[in-house]
Design a protein around this ligand. Structure first.
Ligand SMILES: [Zn+2]
Length: 469
């Protein structure tokens, strides 16, 4: 986006928009002052940009040249609404922008608001509920890559202009609907292309940007060529001219290794977040309840006739470098990718199913044991996840168009869909029955015929025909 030259884009210090009177006639000067005299002097808004690289980027969001985030600013009580574009569903909602809480790490999507990938232009409305003298508008973002950069235009209005439109959609110039353009922000231009923390402070040397009730942010992707680069906005602050500001006190959380037991004392779960300290609170609050409920449940649903399911499980959170790997299970340890935090239970339930399956142990006692095929093991874990734990997501659904492209052994969600179909059609307890045979080392393909009266091939054809309907 090209910068608009009529709006000064100055860093801190320099006094912008300074009014210089070149008037020989004092009467003219006096008349000018009388015109300008009432209320606060609104000179030209200035945009200051702060940038914290690596070590400087801490949860306190301390910048050299702009204020840190506030907890008691006017935005904390305002209403935030998307008026064009859609939010990224994996990120936080608009309330993350004014909750006074900052992310504690550089890639915490759920703690930030961003527009959905591909959004070319998004518009966000802030309603302060009444007009106030605004001293500053401050915006903060944090990401290791391009999603740290902020590119937006800020408009403001007191809502009093005739024909004022509080929700001008994309394509409508807000200045034709009772809005005033305040500032244009592009932190790529002002602090380089690097990631980590970007902070913006829009202010005015006159002390006030103006008296406004509404703010409109027109937000663009942070890359001109890649619309998937959407800014991770952590907080938007609106500072009025009167309230003494309290700053966010954010400190780096300590990781923990702590053990919790189920209420009956049968199972214990150890969480290790020493490699992902920012997850500690979230794990306690969101993940622990899921595990306490679901691990004993899984043991009941899939009873082992062979090796017993482990009673003490360790969950290790760390940043798995390999992209797209949510988790893996080995022995009684489940390793979870700290990058994939939005869904507390999905990956955990899948991996806990593997602990209950324990088919690998059979071979230790019986060297001739036949492993159940990988597609079945993974399909059962996804069956438990998508049909028992989170059926509301519909994430393993298969539409008619894909019916001729899938087969029972497609593994993961595809096999999960097949198992669900066969369970509903032939035997509600089909998966537990297959599991028991697997845990006894009795799995062979004949099992399908024994349990359903159909061969695996016959079931496959029938399932695909039903999918196509
Ligand atoms: Zn798996």
């Amino acid at each position: 986006m090209k910068k608009i030259t009529t709006l000064p884009r100055l860093h801190g210090g320099r006094p912008p928009g300074k009014i210089v009177l070149v008037a020989r006639n004092h009467a003219v000067a006096a008349a000018f002052f009388m015109l300008m005299a009432p209320a606060v002097l609104h000179a030209a808004p200035t945009v200051a940009v702060g940038h914290n690289d690596r070590e400087a980027a801490t949860p306190a969001f301390k910048f050299e040249n702009i204020p840190s985030p506030a907890i008691n600013d006017a935005a904390s009580k305002a209403t935030f609404t998307i008026i064009d574009g859609a939010r990224n569903p994996k990120g936080g909602n608009v309330d993350k922008l004014h909750d006074g809480k900052m992310p504690v790490a550089n890639d915490q999507r759920p703690e930030n608001f961003s527009f959905n990938n591909g959004t070319k232009r998004g518009r966000l409305l802030v309603d302060l509920r009444s007009a106030i003298e605004i001293k500053q508008v401050n915006t903060y973002s944090w990401h290791p890559g391009p999603c740290a950069r902020q590119v937006y235009t800020l408009y403001a209005s007191d809502g009093a202009a005739p024909g004022f439109d509080p929700r001008p959609k994309n394509g409508i110039d807000p200045e034709t609907r009772g809005w005033k353009r305040i500032a244009q922000v592009d932190t790529r231009a002002q602090s380089g292309k690097g990631g980590t923390q970007h902070g913006v402070s829009i202010s005015d040397t006159g002390g006030s940007i103006g008296r406004y009730r509404y703010l409109l942010f027109e937000i663009l992707p942070s890359s001109q060529t890649d619309a998937s680069a959407q800014t991770f906005f952590s907080e938007i602050d609106v500072i009025d001219t009167r309230t003494p500001i309290k700053f966010v006190q954010n400190t780096i959380p300590k990781g923990a290794r702590e053990t919790f037991k189920t209420d009956d004392g049968v199972y214990s779960f150890t969480f290790d977040t020493t490699q992902a300290p920012e997850m500690t609170e979230w794990v306690r609050a969101k993940v622990l309840p899921v595990i306490k409920e679901w691990y004993p449940k899984l043991v009941r649903i899939l009873p082992n006739k062979g090796p017993e399911a482990p009673k003490n499980i360790v969950f290790v959170y760390k940043k798995i470098q390999k992209a797209g790997v949510p988790a893996y299970a080995s022995g009684r340890v489940i390793t979870l990718n700290a990058h994939m935090g939005a869904n507390p239970g999905g990956a955990v339930v899948h991996e806990m199913t593997h602990l209950v399956q324990r088919y690998g142990k059979v071979r230790k006692t019986n060297p001739n044991a036949i492993y159940p095929p990988g597609w079945l093991v993974e399909g059962m874990a996804d069956y438990v996840r998508f049909y028992l734990y989170e059926p509301q997501t519909g994430a393993a659904n298969i539409g008619p168009k894909r019916a001729d492209k899938v087969n029972y052994n497609g593994s993961y969600r595809v096999t999960a869909n097949f198992l669900n179909w066969a369970s509903l059609k032939y035997d509600r307890a089909l998966v537990p029955k297959i599991h028991i045979e697997c845990s006894l080392n009795n799995y062979t393909e004949d099992l399908w015929k024994k349990l359903t009266g159909r061969t695996l091939q016959e079931l496959n054809a029938e399932w695909k025909a039903d999918l196509a309907k």
